[in-house]
Design a binder for this molecule. Structure first.
Ligand code: GLN
Length: 486
């Protein structure tokens, strides 16, 4: 079957379970797709050389009576997740030589249910970026227009899913890195509630914000992936002890009476008119499905980008201090003493954006400035979280655009960090408040995909997936494929 890649992960799962296709066939098909198309996209850093062996093992297990929705399903991991025996670079020269001795919990859990790792996807260096242009391995191209960025930092995951080089991929979202690239590439992405998916073995950027999640064609695909990814992990001290749930259970619930909050701050200046038009049409669709639209306010939204750019760099400066050339990762040639080794290993191993964040973070945390910046930012973070708390007393979910514009041209924002940072203006508050958020394909502007963002209260992933799935039952934006990758 040569059109396997056009099927969603949910459809492929059914085919694996009925025996219509084997894991080896499926894995071979996607490996061929990667070989054929990835030169144009650069969405993979590493292709796993043992994928077919894992696929064979999955087929054998099924033949022996094992079952499961993801048994034998090939998927890709963002190169921020540690994979035992397979290079984990985090998009950085610093880790270009790093082969992890252990699996991240997300990778481990997926392997336990029989997922086949296809490879590792390209990303902004240490997940810092919104365009995938800060990667040591070069920019990723957007399959809808290869002169444009795929978004970031999970740009390789988004581009590879959009071009159907893999049925699904994992991503991470610190300030928007699952949702924004999902929007710019026309796929579905879910950033879960903070603490729902283990961060163990996920290379840390800003620990109080980082959260892993699924990226795939549809909400039902994401639900199947969440079933494998989510859950308590004693190896992650911020993992939440809470029963696991079946994220597919509520997908089919009707939306009658759903209260959708529309924050007026998400529809103001700065939002591209053509993006707004697409979002308005999606909202109309929800109204037709029985939802009620309610205007709300998130008055402290304006603080989210400035607060994030204190908190995230501060945490990053601490997290990235471990890359010192001593224990693992890049070490400069012929250091003349210890200081020279630290300085040159870090100076040569990190790229410009990472250095910018470390400097900003170290400054914000330094004695004398801590109260003025970091402490203040943490206080503002509470205000932002309180806004959501109040909103969720009145509404069930919040909707708006994922990103203020569509995919922009490669290089367009690289010299203007502030304009780059503003890409996440609608996504960052969700991380600061620890809430779950999704982006789903809602149409096109200028021939490029537009994402609708759906934000929920803590642990409402099932509800979000339900709300997204119902829309995807009524529309087919999520089924559109970029020309040239059919
Ligand atoms: N674009 C944001 C940043 O550059 C968010 C990145 C992320 O979510 N990992 O920090």
């Amino acid at each position: 079957m040569s059109d396997l890649h056009t099927r969603s992960l949910s459809e492929l799962s059914a085919m694996l379970q009925s025996g219509e296709v084997s894991s080896v066939e499926l894995t071979q098909h996607f490996l061929q797709r990667i070989e054929q198309h990835d030169a144009q996209l650069n969405s993979f850093i590493t292709v796993a050389d043992n994928a077919l062996e894992a696929a064979k093992a999955a087929d054998d297990a099924r033949a022996k009576g094992e079952s499961g929705a993801l048994l034998g399903m090939p998927i890709a991991h963002k190169d921020i997740f540690c994979t035992k025996g397979l290079k984990t670079s985090c998009g950085s020269k610093m880790l270009d030589n790093f082969i992890s001795p252990y699996n991240a919990t997300v990778v481990e859990k997926m392997q336990q249910v029989g997922v086949v790792t296809l490879g590792k996807t390209n990303m902004d260096e240490f997940a810092m970026g919104s365009s995938n242009e800060t990667s040591f391995y070069g920019a990723v191209k957007n399959p809808w227009d290869t002169d444009c960025v795929p978004g970031g930092s999970s740009g390789g995951s988004a581009a590879s899913v959009a071009a159907r080089l893999t049925p699904a991929a994992t991503g991470t979202d610190t300030g928007g890195s699952i949702r924004q690239p999902a929007a710019l590439c026309g796929i579905t992405g879910l950033k879960p509630t903070y603490g729902r998916v283990s961060r163990y073995g996920m290379i840390a950027f800003a620990s109080s914000l980082d959260q892993g999640g699924p990226m795939a064609q549809s909400a039902s695909d994401c639900a199947l992936l969440m079933n494998a990814m989510a859950g308590f992990d004693e190896k992650d001290s911020t993992s939440i002890e809470r029963d696991t749930e079946d994220y597919t259970a509520e997908l089919d619930k009707p939306l009658d009476g759903l209260r959708i909050g529309l924050p007026k701050e998400y529809f103001g200046d700065g939002l591209d008119a053509s993006v707004n038009a697409v979002v308005q049409a999606a909202l109309q669709q929800y109204r037709d499905m029985g939802a009620e639209l309610i205007e709300i306010e998130l008055p402290n939204s304006g603080l989210s980008v400035p607060v994030y750019y204190v908190v995230a760099p501060a945490e990053a400066s601490a997290n990235l201090s471990r890359f010192d050339g001593v224990r693992y990762g890049y070490r400069c040639d012929d250091p003349k003493d210890l200081t020279d080794m630290y300085e040159r290993s870090r100076g040569e191993g990190f790229g410009a954006e990472v250095k910018r964040r470390i400097m900003v973070g170290a400054y914000a945390l330094s004695a004398g400035y801590y109260d003025a910046y970091y402490l203040k930012a943490q206080q503002c973070r509470h205000l932002i979280a309180d806004d959501f708390k109040q909103a969720f007393e009145k509404v069930d979910v919040i909707m708006g655009p994922t990103s203020p514009g569509v995919a922009f041209r490669l290089g367009e924002k690289m010299d203007d960090p502030v304009s780059m940072y503003l890409n996440d203006i609608y996504t960052i508050a969700v991380n600061l408040a620890g809430l779950p958020g999704m982006s789903i394909p809602a149409g096109f502007a200028d021939g490029k995909p537009v994402g609708l963002q759906i934000i929920g209260n803590a642990f409402s992933e099932s509800r979000l997936l339900n709300v997204a799935h119902q829309y995807q039952q009524a529309t087919d934006w999520h089924r559109r494929m970029p020309q040239g990758f059919a």
